[in-house]
Design a protein around this ligand. Structure first.
Ligand code: ADP
Ligand code: MG
Length: 978
C-alpha cells in the first residue's frame, strides 16, 4: 500500500473494438475495410493504409468476456484499492457502445462490462479480509442537451455539477442508492433504464443523443486501524460521435445534435488539450460531461476508453475520426493516487516526517543561499564546495509531488497538469489568480445551483401547469355537462311554465264558466224555489188523489189477477201443446201463482221457440221425404214399364209355343197317317202274298201277278222313299222345333225369373212406398198438427198482446183518469182563487216544462261542476308538482354549481397537498438525513445475504454471530445506524 501512495503517472488506456458487419451493412454491400496486422500483441489495426496502435484491439469475433477480461477487469481491484476508475465507450451510433458497456444483463455470454464489473466487485469483496467494512452506493443519470437528468428519480431533471471540499466535481443532488448485492445494482440499472424509456418516445434516437453515466461509489474502512479508502467508478455510455451532417438532422433535432456534439467536442477539446501537454487551461467547464469526467481525464483516475467502430466501408470516415480520437486520448496522462483518509496517528507521523524534511530543506536552502551569495559576490565556488543538487532527493519536482500527495491525503485534488507545469508567474500573482479563479468557479457553481433550482422549479411549474390544464379541462367538461344539464332543465322549465300557463288559462276559463254557471244556477234555484212552493201546494192536492189512486190500484190488481188467470190458462194450453209436440210438456207446470206467471210465460216462449225450430226441422225432413218419394215413384213406374214389356214378351213366347205345339201335333198326325198307310200297304202286301200262294197255277195270272207285284213293289219303294224322306224331314223339323221349344223354355224361364225378381222388387218398392207414404202421412199429420199449434200459439200471442194492449190502455186510461182527477182537483182549487183556469193550466204546463228543463240544466251543471271540482285538485296538484320540479331543478343546478366549485377547491387542495408531499419527499431524499446502511459481510457469498430481508437484519445480531469476523461491508453512509 505504501508504494501506492506515491502518485503514479498513468496514461489513459485505450482499447478499440470492432463489431461485425451488421445486416444492413451487408445488404448495402459495404466492405470490411479494417485490417488486423498479424502479431501476438493484437494492438494495432490498419485502415486505408494507416496504422493505429492501441493498448488492445478487439476483432469483431472477440467475446464479451474477452473484452471485459482484457479491458476492464483490472479496474475492479483498483477501485477496491481506493483508486478512481472510469470506463467509457466512444463511437458512432450503433458501433457497439451499449453492447460493450451493458450488453444483455443476465445473459452470461452477452452481458457487457457493467454487469461483469458489478459481479466482480462483489465477488472481490466477499473474498477480502474480514475486518473491512464496505459502503457501496450507485447513481445513474443521463446527460441530454447538457442537462443532467437523474434516472433514479425522474423529478430531478436538471442537476448541477459541484466541487466537493477537495475540489472534486460531483453531481449535486443525484440519487445515491445503497446496494448490498449485484441484484440490487441490476435492479437500479433496470429502474433507471425504464425511467429513461418512459421519458422519451424514440428510445433509439434518444440513446444515440444522450450520455448515460452509471456511477459506483465504493467506500471501505478497515475496522482495525480505521483506515478509510474510497473509489469511484464511472461507467459511461457516450452519445453517438457521428457528425451532424450524416444524420440529416433539422430544426430542433439539429439543435439537439449540435448540443450533443458540443459536449462531445468539449470532450475532444479536453482530450486534445490534455494531449497537447503545453496547454495551461483545460476546458473542463465547457460541458457537464467533461466536468463530470474531469477526474477521469488527466486527473486522479485509472481510465479506460473503449472506442467502438464499425468495420464497414460506409462508415469509414467516422471510424477514422473515432480512431483519431482514441489516438489522441492515448497520449493523455493521468496522475493517479489512492483516495485515503489518514488516521490521526498517521497524520502525526507524516507531520514529523515533513517537519524533518522542512528542516533539512531549510538547511539546504541556507547552504544554497550562502553559495549563491558567494556566486553573486563574484566568487567562484569550487566544485567540491558546491552543494550537490543531484544527490539530494528533494528536487523541486519531487517536492511538488509531495505537496500533491499532501493535498491528496486530504482528498483528491484536481491534479491539472497546468499546475505542475512551471510557470514564469510569480507565486503571489499565481496565488491571486488562483484565488480569483477559485472565486469565479464558486460563483459559477452557485449559478449552476441556481440554474438547477430554477429549472427544477420550472419543471415543477410545468407539471403544475399540466395538472392545472387537466383540471381545467375536466372542470370545463364538467361545466359543459352542467351547462347541457342546465339548458335541458331550462327547456324543461320553459315547457313546464308553458304548461302552467295553459293550465292557468284553462283554470281561468273554467272559473269564468263556473261563475256563469253558478249565476245561472242561482237564478234557476230561485225559480225552482218558487216552483217548489207551488209544487208543495200541488202536493197536498196530490195526496188526496193518492187515496183514489189506491182504489185504482186495487182495481188494477184485480185486472192483473184476471190477466194472470188468463195467462195461466193460455200457458196450460201451451203446455199441452208442448206435451203433444215434445213430450216434455209434463215439465210445464201451470202455476196459478201470479208471481210465477212471468216466469212461466218466458218458459212458454222458450217452448214456442223450440217448437218453431222443430217444425222447421220437420218441414225440412218432409221436403226431403217428398223428394225421395218422387224418386221411388219414378222408379216404380220404370219397373212397371219393364214388367209390362216382360209380360208382352212372355205372351209372345207363349203364342209361339202354342203354334209350335200345333205344328208338332200336325206332324204327329201326319206321322200317324203315314204309319197307317204303311200298315195298310203292309196288309195289302200280305194279302197279295197270300193271293200269290193261292193262284200259283195260272201262269198268266202268275205273270200278271208278277207284273203287279213288280209294279206294287216299285210303288211301295217309291212310297217308302218318299215316306222315309218325309219322316226324316219331319224328324228334323221335330228336333228343330224341340230345340226351339227348349230355347224358348229357357228364355221363358229366364224371363219368369226376372219377372219374379222384378215382381219382388216391385213388391219391395211398393212396400217401401207404402211405408214412406205412411210416414209421410204421419209427418204431414204431425206437421198439420204443428201448424195448428203454431196458429194456436200465434193466436195466443195475439191474445196476450191484445191483453197487454188492453192493460196498457187501461193504464193509460187510469193515468188519464188520474190526471183528469188531479186537474179537476187543481181546477177546483184554482176556481176558488180566480176563474182563469186555462191560462193557469198553460202556465203550469209551461212551468212544468221549464222546471223539467231547469232540472235537466241544473243536473248538467251540477255534473259539470263536480267534474270540474274533480279536475281542479288534479290541475292544482300538477301545477304544484311543476312548480316543485322547477324549484328542485333550480336547487339541483345550484347544488351542481356548488359541487363543481367544491370539487374544484378539493382538487386544488389535493393537488397542493400532493405537491407538498412530493416536495417534502424530495427534500427528504435530498436532505442530509443519513441513509440506512446495509451491512454486508466480506468473506461470505452474497447469495447468503442478498435479498431485502437478510440485508435488513439487525446489525447487532449479525455482529454477535461474527464477533471474530470483524470484516464487513457497510453499504451506506452511517455505520452507527446499522
Ligand atoms: P451503440 O450503443 O453504439 O449505438 P449498440 O451497442 O446498440 O450501438 O449496437 C448496435 C447493434 O450492433 C446492436 O444490435 C448490437 O447487438 C450489435 N453489436 C454491437 N457490437 C457487437 C459485437 N461486437 N458483436 C455482435 N453484435 C454487436
Ligand atoms: Mg447505445
Amino acid at each position: 500500500m505504501e508504494e501506492r501512495e506515491i502518485p503514479a503517472e498513468d496514461s489513459i488506456k485505450v482499447v478499440c473494438r470492432f463489431r461485425p458487419l451488421n445486416d444492413s451493412e451487408e445488404k448495402a454491400g459495404s466492405k470490411f475495410i479494417v485490417k488486423f496486422p498479424s502479431g501476438q500483441e493484437e494492438n494495432c489495426i490498419s485502415i486505408a493504409g494507416k496504422v493505429y496502435l492501441f493498448d488492445k484491439v478487439f476483432k469483431p469475433n472477440a467475446t464479451q468476456e474477452k473484452v471485459y477480461n482484457e479491458a476492464a477487469k483490472s479496474i475492479v481491484s483498483d477501485v477496491l484499492a481506493g483508486y478512481n476508475g472510469t470506463i467509457f465507450a466512444y463511437g458512432q451510433t450503433s458501433s457497439g457502445k451499449t453492447h460493450t458497456m451493458e450488453g444483455v444483463i443476465g445473459d452470461p455470454s452477452k452481458q457487457g462490462i457493467i454487469p461483469r464489473i458489478v459481479n466482480d466487485i462483489f465477488n472481490h469483496i466477499y473474498a477480502m479480509e474480514e475486518n473491512l467494512e464496505f459502503h457501496i452506493k450507485v447513481s445513474y443519470f443521463e446527460i441530454y442537451m447538457d442537462k443532467i437528468r437523474d434516472l433514479l428519480d425522474v423529478s430531478k431533471v436538471n442537476l448541477s455539477v459541484h466541487e466537493d471540499k477537495n475540489r472534486v466535481p460531483y453531481v449535486k443532488g443525484a440519487t445515491e442508492r445503497f446496494v448490498s448485492s449485484p441484484e440490487e445494482v441490476f435492479e437500479s440499472i433496470e429502474e433507471g433504464k425504464s425511467n429513461r424509456h418512459i421519458a422519451v418516445t424514440n428510445m433509439n434516437e434518444h440513446s444515440s443523443r444522450s450520455h448515460s453515466v452509471f456511477l459506483i461509489n465504493v467506500k471501505q474502512e478497515n475496522l482495525e486501524n480505521q483506515k478509510k479508502l474510497s473509489g469511484k467508478l464511472y461507467l459511461v455510455d457516450l452519445a453517438g460521435s457521428e457528425k451532424v451532417s450524416k444524420t440529416g438532422a433539422e430544426g430542433t433535432v439539429l439543435d439537439e445534435a449540435k448540443n450533443i456534439n458540443k459536449s462531445l467536442s468539449a470532450l475532444g477539446n479536453v482530450i486534445s488539450a490534455l494531449a497537447d501537454g503545453n496547454k495551461t487551461h483545460i476546458p473542463y467547464r465547457d460541458s457537464k460531461l467533461t466536468r463530470i469526467l474531469q477526474e477521469s481525464l488527466g486527473g486522479n483516475a485509472r481510465t479506460t476508453i473503449v472506442i467502438c467502430c464499425s468495420p464497414a466501408s460506409f462508415n469509414e470516415s467516422e471510424t477514422k475520426s473515432t480512431l483519431e480520437f482514441g489516438k489522441r486520448a492515448k497520449t493523455v496522462k493521468n496522475v493517479v493516487c489512492v483516495n485515503e483518509e489518514l488516521t490521526a496517528e498517521e497524520w502525526k507521523r507524516r507531520y514529523e516526517k515533513e517537519k524533518e524534511k522542512v528542516a533539512r530543506l531549510r538547511g539546504k536552502v541556507e547552504k544554497l543561499e550562502c553559495e549563491l551569495n558567494r556566486w553573486r559576490g563574484g566568487e567562484t565556488v569550487k566544485i567540491e564546495e558546491q552543494i550537490n543538487l543531484v544527490d539530494d532527493a528533494t528536487t523541486p519536482v519531487a517536492a511538488m509531488e509531495d505537496s500533491i500527495i499532501e493535498t491528496n491525503n486530504i482528498g483528491p485534488m484536481p491534479a491539472t497538469p497546468a499546475l505542475m507545469i512551471g510557470s514564469t508567474m510569480s507565486s503571489e500573482e499565481r496565488q491571486k489568480l488562483e484565488q480569483e479563479r477559485e472565486k469565479l468557479y464558486q460563483q459559477l457553481d452557485e449559478k449552476d445551483e441556481e440554474i438547477n433550482q430554477h429549472s427544477q422549479y420550472v419543471e415543477k411549474l410545468k407539471d403544475q401547469i399540466l395538472e392545472q390544464d387537466e383540471l381545467i379541462a375536466s372542470t370545463r367538461r364538467d361545466y359543459e355537462a352542467l351547462q347541457g344539464e342546465m339548458n335541458r332543465i331550462q327547456q324543461e322549465n320553459e315547457s313546464a311554465k308553458e304548461e302552467v300557463k295553459e293550465v292557468l288559462q284553462a283554470l281561468e276559463e273554467l272559473a269564468v264558466n263556473y261563475d256563469q254557471k253558478s249565476q245561472e244556477v242561482d237564478a234557476k234555484n230561485k225559480e225552482m224555489e218558487s216552483l217548489s212552493e207551488e209544487l208543495m201546494q200541488k202536493q197536498t192536492s196530490l195526496n188526496t188523489t193518492a187515496s183514489e189512486l189506491q182504489q185504482l190500484k186495487d182495481m188494477s190488481t184485480h185486472q192483473k189477477k184476471r190477466i194472470s188467470d188468463m195467462l195461466t190458462n193460455l200457458l196450460k194450453e201451451l203446455g199441452e201443446i208442448g206435451a203433444t209436440i215434445g213430450g216434455e210438456g209434463a215439465d210445464l207446470k201451470i202455476s196459478n201463482d201470479a208471481a210465477k206467471l212471468e216466469e212461466e210465460f218466458t218458459v212458454a216462449r222458450l217452448y214456442i221457440s223450440r217448437m218453431k225450430s222443430e217444425v222447421t226441422n220437420l218441414t225440412q225432413r218432409l221436403h226431403e221425404l217428398e223428394g225421395s218419394q218422387q224418386d221411388s215413384n219414378r222408379k216404380v213406374t220404370e219397373y212397371e214399364r219393364d214388367l209390362s214389356d216382360c209380360r208382352l214378351l212372355i205372351s209372345q213366347h207363349e203364342a209361339r209355343m202354342k203354334s209350335l205345339q200345333e205344328s208338332m201335333r200336325e206332324a204327329e198326325n201326319k206321322k200317324r197317317t203315314l204309319e197307317e198307310s204303311i200298315d195298310a200297304l203292309r196288309e195289302e202286301c200280305a194279302k197279295l202274298k197270300a193271293a200269290e200262294q193261292v193262284s200259283t197255277a195260272s201262269e198268266s195270272e202268275k205273270k200278271e201277278a208278277a207284273q203287279l207285284r213288280a209294279a206294287l213293289e216299285q210303288q211301295v219303294d217309291q212310297l217308302r222313299d218318299v215316306h222315309q224322306k218325309q219322316v226324316a224331314a219331319l224328324r228334323d223339323e221335330i228336333a228343330e222345333k224341340q230345340q226351339l221349344i227348349n230355347d224358348i223354355k229357357d228364355s221363358n224361364q229366364k224371363l219368369t225369373l226376372t219377372q219374379q225378381q222384378l215382381q219382388a222388387d216391385y213388391e219391395k218398392v211398393k212396400s217401401e212406398e207404402t211405408e214412406k207414404s205412411n210416414k209421410l202421412q204421419e209427418l204431414i199429420s204431425t206437421n198439420e198438427r204443428r201448424e195448428q199449434a203454431r196458429k194456436d200459439l200465434k193466436g195466443l200471442e195475439d191474445t196476450v198482446a191484445k191483453e197487454l194492449q188492453t192493460l196498457h190502455n187501461l193504464r193509460k186510461l187510469f193515468v188519464q183518469d188520474l190526471q183528469a182527477r188531479i186537474k179537476k182537483a187543481i181546477t177546483s182549487d184554482d176556481n176558488e182563487e180566480d176563474g182563469g183556469s186555462l191560462a193557469q193550466k198553460q202556465k203550469i204546463s209551461f212551468l212544468e216544462n221549464n222546471l223539467d228543463q231547469l232540472t235537466k240544466v241544473h243536473k248538467q251543471l251540477v255534473r259539470d261542476n263536480a267534474d270540474l271540482r274533480c279536475e281542479l285538485p288534479k290541475l292544482e296538484k300538477r301545477l304544484r308538482a311543476t312548480m316543485e320540479r322547477v324549484k328542485a331543478l333550480e336547487s339541483a343546478l345550484k347544488e351542481a354549481k356548488e359541487g363543481a366549485m367544491r370539487d374544484r377547491k378539493r382538487y386544488q387542495y389535493e393537488v397542493d397537498r400532493i405537491k407538498e408531499a412530493v416536495r417534502q419527499k424530495n427534500l427528504a431524499r435530498r436532505g442530509p438525513v443519513a441513509q440506512i446502511a446495509k451491512p454486508i459481510r466480506a468473506g461470505q457469498h452474497h447469495a447468503i445475504i442478498s435479498g431485502g430481508n437478510a440485508v435488513r437484519l439487525n446489525p447487532k445480531v449479525v455482529n454477535n454471530e461474527d464477533t471474530q469476523k470483524r470484516k464487513s461491508i457497510i453499504v451506506g453512509g452511517n455505520k452507527d445506524e446499522c
